[in-house]
Design a protein around this ligand. Structure first.
Ligand code: FAD
Length: 415
């Protein structure tokens, strides 16, 4: 088949990888240059440990507390937007124990499947993308967080995700080169990490050598849709015809989806990162400063700090106050690490595609027979990319999917 994929982030590329392997002719259309999107500068963590979706009990009260602090890690910019109001209402309806305990098994399975595919990629792909299976540490400093993290660790073990509660000495033993100041940590040995921009750049090159056509700097502006299929994709550089279309447009999926009769509530969750080069004494295990919501990942001899979640619409403003919040947190956890506020031009930002219930949208359209959706992976798009790509290829080919994907139905919020 001739397959068009709109969106060349990790989700679109992963779908292209499996569809090309299955023998299809794939074209990826992206409005950008495929060098700067959300999939490039993220924290590179592969996180089966993150089996609880973002819309969880407690998030709303935390979010409200954080909203009044300009350096806080979470922020919703109040706007008169019916889409934001609806998204907020659906988030509120999803953030309860019953919904979350239904979501956990699906998210966990997708995550574990994806990590297994990353292992295969590390063996099969002709380039090294810095994939390491050294686990992840959640580092905390307060008693309140200790209780919350211990609860998560117990739940993780119940679901078969190994989690070990560590005292400060045990944390320090895992980080021999960098002093760590914490009350304790939870270690998830099953997590992994990679260098996202190396993966993305090389995957793009690899897909092109495998025959994938890349149409960059080309925005999809509309579609010609007949009763039950997409006939034509309209772009700023002319029209395209495909046998099957895959929508992988990340934070823009709500808008693009509307023209395809899809109801995909979505908000962009902006995050920032910056990377220190040539770090002499680096950490070994990717870690999250839990109270500060900052992710820290060693990538070779570089060290990346990432954080904040700003639900402030689609915009590319960089709020240096929040960068300050990230930088200020570093010596609280790594007291010997002296990090200065990066210059604005050295700050990367990305827009995480956030659904109201914290689960992605993966599935075939119920209205248009030649349309498949894979988007809304929020904080875990890098982690969930390969499994989502594999499932998209199975859906396009009408094959049985690797797992039950009913929890990810793209029509779950449609009335
Ligand atoms: C600070 C930060 C840290 C993160 N850390 C991690 C992490 O450690 N682990 C993890 O798993 N995830 C992490 N994430 C999340 C992860 O980066 C995202 O979930 C993932 O990149 C989303 O991929 P995507 O392909 O869906 O979207 P994108 O990468 O945004 O790709 C979507 C593409 O669609 C294109 N597009 C949109 N509309 C159109 C149109 N009309 N026409 C043509 N093209 C269009 C866009 O140009 C874009 O390139 C992090 C995110 C941030 C911001």
């Amino acid at each position: 088949m001739k397959i068009g994929i709109i969106g060349g982030g990790i989700i679109g590329l992963s779908a292209a990888y499996y569809l090309t392997k299955a023998g299809h002719k794939v074209t990826i259309i992206d409005k950008g240059n495929l060098k700067q999107g959300c999939s490039f500068g993220n924290a590179g963590m592969i996180v089966p440990s993150h089996f609880i979706p973002l819309a969880a009990p407690g998030m709303i009260s935390k979010g409200i507390r954080w909203m009044f602090n300009s350096e806080s890690p979470f922020y919703v910019r109040p706007r008169l937007s019916s889409e934001l109001l609806r998204w907020g209402y659906l988030f509120y309806k999803s953030a309860n124990k019953e919904k979350v305990s239904k979501s956990i098994p699906a998210l966990k399975e997708l995550s574990l499947l994806s990590k297994a595919h990353y292992r295969e990629w590390a063996n099969d792909l002709p380039f090294d993308f810095g994939f390491h299976e050294r686990g992840l540490m959640m580092l905390y400093q307060t008693e309140e967080t200790e209780h919350e993290e211990a609860e998560t660790a117990h739940l993780a073990n119940q679901y078969g995700i190994e989690a070990k509660i560590l005292n400060p000495d045990e944390v320090q033993a895992l980080e021999p080169d960098v002093k760590v100041k914490v009350r304790g940590g939870v270690y998830f040995p099953g997590d992994a990490h990679l260098t996202p921009q190396v993966l993305m750049n090389n995957l793009i090159k690899h897909l092109m050598t495998e025959g994938v056509e890349l149409v960059d700097n080309t925005e999809v502006t509309g579609f010609e849709v007949n009763q039950d299929s997409v006939e034509l994709v309209k772009t700023t550089k002319g029209n395209f015809e495909f046998d099957h279309l895959v929508l992988a447009t990340g934070s823009w999926s709500g808008m693009v989806g509307k023209a395809l009769q899809l109801d995909l509530p979505m908000q962009a969750g902006k995050g920032y990162s910056f990377t220190l080069d040539a770090v002499e004494k680096n950490i070994r295990i990717p870690s999250i400063f839990v109270e500060a919501r900052v992710a820290v990942t060693p990538m070779g001899n570089t060290l990346r700090f990432g954080g904040t979640m700003e639900i402030s619409g689609i915009n590319h403003d960089i709020n240096m106050n929040r960068l300050n919040g990230i930088v200020d947190s570093i010596p609280r956890y790594y007291p010997d690490m002296n990090v200065h506020l990066p210059k604005k031009e050295n700050v990367w930002h990305g827009l995480r595609p956030c659904t109201p219930d914290g689960l992605p949208y993966i599935g075939r359209s119920t209205k248009l027979s030649n349309l498949t959706v894979s988007t809304g992976h929020a904080m875990m798009g890098l982690s969930l990319g390969p499994a989502s790509g594999k499932i998209v290829s199975q859906l396009v080919q009408n094959e049985k999917t690797s797992m039950d994907i009913s929890a990810f139905s793209p029509s779950r919020f449609s009335s």
